[in-house]
Design a binder for this molecule. Sequence first.
Ligand SMILES: Cc1cc2nc3c(=O)[nH]c(=O)nc-3n(C[C@H](O)[C@H](O)[C@H](O)COP(=O)(O)OP(=O)(O)OC[C@H]3O[C@@H](n4cnc5c(N)ncnc54)[C@H](O)[C@@H]3O)c2cc1C
Length: 286
Amino acid sequence: METTLKVKLISHTMNPELVIATAGKLCYSPSNIDDLMEKQTEESIEKFVNMITSIGHGSVLEHTSFTFGIEGVSRSLTHQLVRHRIASYSQQSQRYVKEVQFEYVIPQDIKNNPILVESYKNHMEDTQRLYDEIVDKLMYDYIYEEDKYGKIIDIQLKKCNIDKNKFESWKKENKDNEKFVELLRESYKKLYSALEKKAIENARYIFPNACETKIICTMNLRSLINFCHHRCCRRAQEEIFNLAWTMLKEVEKVSPLLAKSLGASCQFGPCPEGAMCCMMPFEKKR
Ligand SMILES: Cc1cc2nc3c(=O)[nH]c(=O)nc-3n(C[C@H](O)[C@H](O)[C@H](O)COP(=O)(O)OP(=O)(O)OC[C@H]3O[C@@H](n4cnc5c(N)ncnc54)[C@H](O)[C@@H]3O)c2cc1C
């Protein structure tokens, strides 16, 4: 099933503007920190934040961070996202989470062509079928072709406290049963979970880049500025471009002042893309 982008700012530094203004002011003031914080006014905070973001006193901006919950994005997107190294990420694992019915992203250019969309969706459904088939077949093989798999089954029987002789008779009874996997789940739940985990970490190799994923990402403001410079740019790929602008709008909801420092590179200076320039610059912010 097709999925769509969902972004939520799930947390951020308390009083982010005050923290930045105070940290910035401390660098140039003989006062103590309590005094500096008490004396801050809305005007002084705005003045300092604007000054710090415009002169590029980047380290001060690192005191404020934003945590985004991101869903409905492709693995292709998260591969690009995690290239932004100055950030923290936690991503749903395909090793540990079984894709019962995986969702996927369809790029707009493909969506514009109904024939391509149909083939695309068919490919996704075929992939899901093959994934399920691989998982079931591997679980069967771990039990019935044990010599090929380094005795995974022996280890798991020990870990799950299962009597080997009893299990051997279960094996014989169910060897040709089409519902082998379901029966294993009913009879030996713990063993089933362990073997399934092993099977899905192999089966996941067939998933396409389009496969939906979920990720939580925390960036400090300095890193977020760099991320937006690159990814709010029209040269960025559509999906991450949309993500970057949505993240910017989430920050805008809690701090219009800090959001003023976010946007494509061209909004703050000359386009850095050279010959690759899109020739459609966004409105300048500074
Ligand atoms: C349009 C576009 C096309 C791209 N195409 C490709 C591609 O074809 N192939 C590809 O591999 N990548 C590609 N990238 C990814 C790009 O090269 C960066 O890896 C990505 O944008 C992260 O940027 P960053 O390094 O500035 O961010 P971060 O990793 O968050 O780093 C932030 C800043 O910290 C500093 N920094 C971080 N690590 C180091 C370090 N080790 N040494 C020195 N300074 C450091 C730098 O100043 C850096 O700008 C593309 C990106 C864009 C936007």
